[in-house]
Design a protein around this ligand. Structure first.
Ligand SMILES: Cc1cc2nc3c(=O)[nH]c(=O)nc-3n(C[C@H](O)[C@H](O)[C@H](O)COP(=O)(O)OP(=O)(O)OC[C@H]3O[C@@H](n4cnc5c(N)ncnc54)[C@H](O)[C@@H]3O)c2cc1C
Length: 210
């Protein structure tokens, strides 16, 4: 069970406070699920929520035979649960690139390999990075890189998807599959999901009219 907060509104690390925090969420679902449950372990809290991307791919000069993957390149706010997946994908990409390099240069020449690998890796990080910073930029207290217009539109749309998933298990599953990089983000724009998301916009307007 994980609860997250932002803008100085954080779940307390004691059990009573933790459960009470869940009562402040927009839906009572989580509180109802845990209020009578027995905790198996104490609550642990973690505040290292910054996202950090190091552009080794843009260095004008890059040393030979040094590759950098995982958190050392791209670290995420852990609330989105992407870091291990990305680190594993990085390792998989390294394996594939080394195999191709070996086919091209069976004698073991690695000249230029490390630099090209970092450039290829940067493309792999684009989607999870955009996802993490766009979600975090919704907090007033966020600092650092500001999302561009395209990303801001995606944030607005994702806001609607997040509202829709509370009552719709299929939207929820699609969102989690994208979050954990099992499916590409494009599936969240499928008409089946888009109709539910835009329906939230209509609901919002109707509430305002009332
Ligand atoms: C609270 C929390 C929850 C998370 N939940 C999820 C989740 O649900 N799903 C998910 O996918 N990801 C999650 N993550 C992110 C995930 O843990 C990281 O993305 C992942 O561990 C990064 O792997 P890594 O191998 O790059 O770095 P690390 O796992 O940090 O490994 C780096 C290793 O290098 C060692 N090291 C550092 N400096 C030196 C040195 N100078 N010499 C020798 N060794 C050194 C460190 O001790 C460490 O063992 C979570 C992270 C946190 C903090």
């Amino acid at each position: 069970m994980t609860l997250g907060g932002g803008d100085r509104d954080y779940p307390p690390a004691d059990e009573t406070g933790f459960v009470e925090f869940s009562r402040t969420l927009p839906t009572p679902l989580i509180y109802d699920a845990i209020k009578d449950a027995k905790a198996l372990t104490p609550v642990c809290s973690y505040r290292g929520t910054e996202n950090r991307l190091r552009h080794y791919d843009r260095l004008p000069r890059y040393p030979e035979n040094l590759v950098i993957i995982g958190h050392a390149v791209c670290a995420f706010n852990p609330i989105y649960g992407q870091g291990m997946t990305v680190a594993a994908l990085d390792a998989q990409m390294l394996d594939e690139c080394l195999q191709k390099q070996h086919q091209r240069h069976p004698e073991g020449d690695l000249t230029g390999f490390a630099r090209q690998f970092q450039q290829k890796l940067a493309k792999l990080h684009t989607i999870p990075w955009t996802f993490a910073i766009s979600q975090d930029s919704r907090y007033r207290g966020s600092t650092g890189a500001q999302p561009n217009l395209g990303t801001r539109l995606i944030i607005e749309y994702m806001e609607l998807v997040l509202k829709a998933l509370v009552d719709d298990p299929k939207v929820c599953q699609a969102f989690l599959e994208v979050l954990h990089m099992i499916e590409p983000p494009a599936i969240l724009f499928h008409p089946r999901i888009a109709v539910k998301a835009i329906g939230q916009l209509v609901n919002r307007r109707m509430l305002r009219v009332k």
